[in-house]
Write a protein of this length. Sequence first.
Lengths: 118, 111
Amino acid sequence: GAGVSQSPSNKVTEKGKDVELRCDPISGHTALYWYRQSLGQGLEFLIYFQGNSAPDKSGLPSDRFSAERTGGSVSTLTIQRTQQEDSAVYLCASSLEAFRTLNTGELFFGEGSRLTVL
Amino acid sequence: KQEVTQIPAALSVPEGENLVLNCSFTDSAIYNLQWFRQDPGKGLTSLLLIQSSQREQTSGRLNASLDKSSGRSTLYIAASQPGDSATYLCAFLNRDDKIIFGKGTRLHILP
């Protein structure tokens, strides 16, 4: 696609339910990032993929959070047993290559998925 | 812990003024620094990317500088317009392939 696409754009769920957020990166981009942005806060790094592998999962807040990427393209972020503190905008970004290999690394973001946990 | 600080947190200026947004970072071993714009309810739009070997980048009315030794970057906006109103974020790429973001500067250009 022309840009990074995220779905759903808005999700309201009840506490305890599972949610899945999807990210479709720019075609040909091998690096994919998930960030979380809470109201009034900066962007919090969650996880990064190079191809289908995730070299850095250090940002995932708890074991309720998981992410996968298949075919080097679409990624899904899953939050199990959602809590109210999970409410935030979840942003996905992609880049052409793993940054250090090319030392370029311009990052392109999607519009985000706004999650509200009641 | 690596951090990015953006000052001021918010700024209001009359239309037409030139302005400078500041970004400081704690890790001098950065690979690049990127400035983004975020409109309310939207994702981030890349404005300028400065590689570690560069000192500045320009795009239209925007100019970004990078001084790794002092851990600073500035975004200069010339002849500001109401359409420039947004939150501006800077972020640097560190040696672990992690991009660290500041909390942003909320800019409001008064017509």
